[in-house]
Ligand binder design. Sequence first.
Ligand SMILES: [Mg+2]
Length: 112
Amino acid sequence: MQITDLVTQYKEISQFLNSRWPLKNDEHRIFARTMKIMEELGELSDEILTSMNLQRNTKIAKFSQQNIEDEFADVLGSLILLGIELDIDVEQVMKRKLAFTRERFEMDSTDS
Ligand SMILES: [Mg+2]
């Protein structure tokens, strides 16, 4: 899956969310999306703590790698949803950031 496909699918999800749970304006949607990232980061953190046996035994007993993967995906998805609300071209900004990072670490540049 390409990043553009991912964003396209999340644009559809964003339209659904905005019609199912309409918010007052752009600011409220950006605030809600940002809070959702925090919620999902908390859930990912919970799963990581569980994987390290740093949670209650009842949680540790339910641990699975798929739970971490699902929460990782929730974080990424919620970030993309915020990017949509902020009118960010995710593919473009990631290309720019990767080029910057590669240059900073004096790595060879890539054509992609
Ligand atoms: Mg989640």
